[in-house]
Design a protein around this ligand. Structure first.
Ligand code: FMN
Length: 201
């Protein structure tokens, strides 16, 4: 069983999403001792923004010339790792109401017509189903459904929409929200609650 672990927080050791995503990976290691884990740290090794050259090779076999281009190779590896994963653990911080641009750059390398979705006779068909995705979300404010700020929530909603478009139906969310409210004093309790939810996965 293959697990792909992706982090995108720029906050290093203070990152809540990293703390939670690591705990989720450990939880799956307990459940599947033979787990094969591949890690990708998009803050340490960012994938460049998609550009015209990368677009022309998206999802295609790399030519000999292209295979010496590290950006194209990294993009192809991102796609291959995503397709091969049985479980995807995604650290997803909220930055400016959305996801980190580093994580968006990864999505631009894996959402590819003919590879992870296709336009068929009956509309869009996701080709990346059969995976379990666990999102480790973290945000300073509170954006849950029914709150006044819910309309600004373009973080987990967005990730779930993209992965759903690609055919993923099994998406679990562990969300630590309100980390900055009450002067940050609630942070330990909020993270402890998220860790309990992870233990119950
Ligand atoms: C650049 C930046 C932008 C942020 N924007 C928001 C925001 O729009 N809404 C919010 O609730 N919190 C925001 N925060 C707070 C983060 O969501 C919070 O620190 C969370 O823990 C980030 O996850 P991380 O700790 O894994 O990086 C922002 C933090 C940073 C550094």
């Amino acid at each position: 069983m293959k697990l792909l672990h992706i982090d995108s927080s720029i906050l290093g050791g203070f990152s809540a999403s990293r703390q939670l995503s690591i705990a989720i990976v450990e939880r799956y290691r307990q459940k599947h001792p033979d787990l094969e884990v591949t890690s990708l740290d998009l803050a340490a090794e960012p994938l460049p923004h998609l550009d015209g050259e990368s677009l022309s090779f998206l999802g295609k076999e790399l030519t000999a010339d292209a295979a010496s281009n590290p950006v194209l190779v990294a993009g192809a590896k991102a796609l291959a790792d995503f397709k091969a994963a049985d479980i995807l653990v995604l650290g997803v911080p909220m930055y400016n109401f959305g996801i980190p641009s580093q994580l968006k750059a990864w999505i631009d390398r894996i959402a590819i017509a003919g590879q992870t979705f296709r336009y068929g006779a009956n509309g869009v068909e996701g080709l990346a189903g059969g995976k379990t995705v666990v999102i480790a979300g973290a945000r300073g404010g509170i954006y849950s459904e029914g709150t006044p700020q819910a309309v600004f929530e373009h973080q987990v909603t967005y990730i779930k929409a993209v992965l759903g478009f690609l055919g993923v139906t099994d998406i679990k969310v562990i969300e630590a929200e309100g980390l900055a409210t009450n002067g940050g004093n609630d942070r330990p309790r909020i993270l402890a609650e998220a860790e309990s939810a992870i233990a119950a996965l």
